[in-house]
Design a binder for this molecule. Structure first.
Ligand code: NA7
Length: 544
């Protein structure tokens, strides 16, 4: 049954579902599983034609995990852990997408997921205490609760460059990459953007491209990924070790297998310090970033020192000193933006068919029918790849017309001030719960997702068991949590830099100023606080 727009104000007896979940990525799939387990009637709306969210959309060449595969899958099902073999330390997108499809099949999730269903609007009805959800094809559905599982990095943004729509060749945004095979052979390809996505794309496309021109605005610090195959025997060992792996993730500050070294940079003698950095730099994954000295992101001199160490590594690998200089960040220190992981990224710039253009030196003036014009050159291309990122953290919310009590718009509210309770609740938006919303612990995202989803499932279960139909964060709880998040962000050098992590996107109107968009305390501290809220009967929420 769907609710006609005219029938919207009828009684709550007209509820189509207990809970509507937006998004069938890692969060939405698990939320569905948990809620269905408790007997709720759930419907998930998903824009794509398949499950996987990030790992459905980001099928660009070279897309893969930067976290160890076995620390990044679901941990909730022993059976699933028994059955699934990861074949690489850092799973490539096709394998991850297969994994998430396997999960969907195993737990029979698809029957409650409506694909090709983009949620256009979600309006709260105060009289009936329910949410009316409208899809972009006009269908309407009503549910008591709304869970947003929309992802912090799922609203792709094109660059605000004149003529973007004029180009007549092939054009792709990495976050909207087509399912069909895309060939680069013999083609003149432009890549705009050198974030984590651009770097994965560039190093992969370089393998087969005719000629590639990389348009770089600000370079990023990177470290070697050190990917390798996982053989069957090693997978058996990993499997036997899962309890320990997930325990380590749970105890670490950002849920990664890596954890900061408690020592301070300059307390360690220089030789030892360099040996430690060498070891971390050459270790797989985020060892250097997440596993650095404890003051790396708080002490400017410590940050300068580690940055200089990584700069040396760039100079060692890039043949042309001018190109090496261009690839070395000047405007931010190591780790203050998300550190992309690379495999032969720098070596790509030693290829004769790969060129680097700094658009800080020679800005792009416009995109034309046949290519790109900078202030000093005209380039002709067969293909332009936009690796220009996302309207992060709040962007996916902004793209839905979400309205709470008295029709207040969430987008407008957050433009005034980003305030949440535990990153799950927003005052004035009763019965709406966010998984991986702003101000939650992100870190190793699937680990954080599992915690968030369980917490939300417990809350919804509690509301049903106690016959509450309305739950809203109390203003004082929102103030206190927001204050806590702001305090936790103080002194963190990452919060002084423009990046998606600080909510800045020059391509989106109104997102030019830095905000504290993420919770930067530790995950254990986050869980302690959220656990206490639940254990004390959700006193921070007004329940009725
Ligand atoms: P990022 O990290 O936001 O990177 C986007 C890149 O695109 C970055 O190099 C930007 O330069 C560049 N960009 C964006 N807009 C423009 C315009 N208008 N002109 C030129 N260059 C531009 O996004 P990613 O997709 O790489 O990664 C996002 C996260 O997803 C990643 O951290 C992982 O956690 C997964 P800038 O740095 O702004 O100068």
């Amino acid at each position: 049954m769907t609710v006609s727009p005219e029938a919207k104000n009828e009684s709550a007896a007209e509820l189509n579902f207990d809970v509507i979940v937006i998004g069938a990525g890692i969060s939405g799939m698990y939320q569905l599983y948990r809620l269905r387990e408790r007997g709720f009637r759930v419907r998930v709306f998903e824009t794509g034609t398949g499950v996987g969210g990030t790992w459905y959309w980001n099928r660009y060449p070279g897309a893969r995990f930067d976290s160890e595969s076995y620390s990044y899958g679901y941990s909730f099902s022993k059976e699933l852990l028994e059955e699934w073999d990861w074949t690489e330390q850092f799973s490539p997108q096709p394998e991850t997408e297969r994994y998430l499809n396997y999960v969907a099949d195993k737990f029979d999730l698809r029957r409650d997921i409506q694909f090709s269903a983009r949620v256009a609007a979600a309006h709260y009805d105060e009289a009936g205490s329910y949410w009316d959800i409208t899809l972009d094809d006009g269908q309407c559905y009503r549910s008591r609760f709304l869970v947003t599982a929309v992802g912090p990095l799922s609203a792709p943004t094109m660059p605000n460059i004149d003529g973007v729509d004029d180009f007549k060749g092939e054009a792709y945004h990495t976050g909207l990459w087509p399912k069909e095979n895309v060939s680069f052979e013999g083609k003149r390809v432009a890549v705009i953007g050198t974030g984590a996505t651009g770097i994965q794309t560039i190093q992969e496309v370089a393998k087969t491209v005719g000629h590639m021109t990389v348009f770089q605005r600000r370079p990023n610090w990177t470290t070697p990924l050190q990917n390798r195959k996982i053989e069957k025997a090693e997978m058996q060992e990993i499997r036997a070790n899962y309890d320990e792996i997930f325990r380590r993730c749970a105890e670490s500050s950002s849920c990664f297998l890596h954890t900061p070294d408690p020592r301070k940079t300059f307390d360690v003698p220089e030789d030892e310090r360099r040996a430690f950095w060498d070891q971390q730099f050459n270790a797989p994954g985020f060892a250097m970033w997440i596993g650095g000295f404890s003051d790396m992101l708080m002490d400017r001199a410590a940050n300068d020192a580690v940055s200089e160490f990584v700069a040396e590594k760039i100079r060692e690998r890039v043949d042309d000193p001018k190109v090496a200089e261009m690839l070395t960040p000047k405007d931010h220190g190591f780790g203050t933006r998300r550190v992309p992981q690379e495999t032969f990224y720098y070596e790509a710039f030693n290829q004769p068919n790969v060129e680097l253009v700094s658009i800080l030196e020679t800005p792009i003036e416009r995109i034309t029918e046949t290519g790109i014009e900078t202030t000093d050159r005209t380039f002709e291309f067969d293909m332009i790849i936009y690796a220009t990122g996302f309207d992060a953290i709040t962007g996916s919310f902004d793209r839905i017309d979400i309205r709470g009590v008295e029709g207040e718009s969430l987008k407008d509210k957050w433009r005034q001030a980003l305030e949440t309770f535990l990153g799950v609740h927003v005052a004035g938006f009763p019965n709406m719960f966010m998984v991986m919303g702003p101000h939650t612990a992100l870190g190793n995202i699937p680990r954080s997702i599992e915690y968030n989803v369980d917490w939300v499932a417990d809350l919804i279960g509690y509301l049903r068991d106690n016959e509450f139909t309305r739950a809203e964060a109390r203003p004082e709880a929102v103030d206190e949590w927001t204050q806590f998040v702001l305090e936790k962000g103080e002194g963190n050098l990452a919060n002084e830099i423009d990046s998606w992590m600080t909510g800045v996107n020059q391509n989106v109107a109104g997102k030019q100023k830095r905000i504290i968009a993420r919770y930067s305390g530790t995950a254990p501290e986050y869980r302690d606080r959220a656990d206490t809220v639940a254990a004390n009967g959700y006193k921070e929420l007004a329940l009725s």
